[in-house]
Design a protein around this ligand. Structure first.
Ligand code: BDR
Ligand code: CA
Length: 330
């Protein structure tokens, strides 16, 4: 990057979360990104842990300047179910890492989002913010329904959630959408209404950018403390938990997709969220039919949202981007 290049303004909405922590490291440290704020939502862990974990990652990066706000503690309708079996009891790998003592900003996450977006809307086109939700979309649904005018400050939304093919929380559904299906459906609907472009970085690509246990060990050995030391421990935690010799950088891939769109193969497709279903609630129904006759005759009619869906990723390229950023090689 040349020093004159303009940084891309971004905001993350997170449920930190081991792989949200990987995404925060990338967003906080990459020189081409301008991280304006981070908002938190209950998901992988209860909200209070999510906020503490988020502040801890930002402090580790020396980014105490980034405002963090707490948002929704629970989904709109669903009963909350955390994912501590995946992310550890504290939601961030139980790492024995120095915890942040900071407090989040006063006020609700959607107020911070509104303020950042309205400020962006008042500036030139380049100030428009890319919003990157990496968690259940409760805050985003609340924002777009409560303060639709804030959409003027958005460039687009790149979210981790859903899948065209596989599930993880259930055989059908991906965790973020499963956790708050109504919020995901409202977000798709509001984006169609407000003309907001969406990119879905779902499970079809989520597992592909991987860092090996050996690479993680080298990060810890060479940079005991600081962002790279934390990065190595996060990967090592996942390898241990899943008994694998490599782990995905997970949500960080969605941030890579903003930095390096050529690494991701996408298709523009109609997407719906299943809100009923005995075994399929929370599934994203991605319509890949290619004959217009089928679409026209479909008794369900057209899906309200047609969005970009990530279907393949250059995993090595994204893993390298993440490693180079957390080690300060960029
Ligand atoms: C998503 O759910 C969480 O476990 C991860 O942080 C990621 O956002 C994957 O389904
Ligand atoms: Ca997440």
């Amino acid at each position: 990057m040349t020093t004159t290049a303009r940084r891309t303004p971004i905001v993350l909405d997170v449920d930190t979360g081991v792989d949200d922590a990987c995404a925060l490291l990338l967003a906080a440290l990459h020189p081409a990104l301008d991280l304006k704020a981070v908002t938190c939502v209950g998901g992988n862990a209860p909200l209070v842990d999510v906020v503490r974990n988020t502040l801890t990652v930002l402090d580790t990066c020396g980014r105490e300047d980034v405002p963090v706000a707490a948002g929704a503690a629970r989904p709109l309708l669903e009963t909350p179910v955390d994912a501590r079996h995946v992310h550890g009891n504290d939601g961030m790998g139980d790492l024995d890492w120095p915890r942040s003592c900071r407090e989040p900003a006063p006020g609700h996450a959607i107020e911070l989002l509104r303020d950042v977006l309205l400020k962006a809307a008042a500036g030139p086109e380049e100030d428009r913010v890319t919003l990157i939700p990496l968690a259940p979309m409760t805050n985003i649904a609340l924002l777009l329904r409560t303060y639709p005018e804030a959409a003027r400050g958005l460039r687009r939304i790149v979210f981790m959630g859903g899948a065209a093919h596989v599930g993880n929380a259930t055989a059908s559904a991906e965790f973020n959408v499963f956790h708050d299906p109504e919020a995901a459906a409202i977000t798709l609907d509001a984006c169609a209404d407000l003309g907001i472009e969406l990119l879905m970085y779902g499970l079809d690509v989520f597992y592909d950018p991987r860092v090996s246990l050996a690479q993680a060990a080298a990060l810890v050995a060479e940079h005991d403390s600081g962002p790279a030391g934390l990065a190595g421990r996060l990967v090592a935690f996942q390898c241990e938990r899943f008994e694998t010799d490599s782990a995905t950088v997970g949500d960080a891939g969605a941030v890579c997709a903003v930095l390096d769109p050529e690494g991701l193969t996408t298709e523009r497709l109609p997407v719906r969220v299943e809100l009923a279903g005995t075994w399929s609630r929370g599934r994203t129904i991605v319509d890949r039919r290619d004959w217009a006759g089928n679409l026209v005759q479909d008794p369900h009619g057209q899906a309200p949202a047609t969005i970009d869906v990530g279907l393949a990723v250059d995993g090595e390229r994204y893993a390298r981007l993440w490693l180079d950023t957390v080690t300060g090689a960029l």
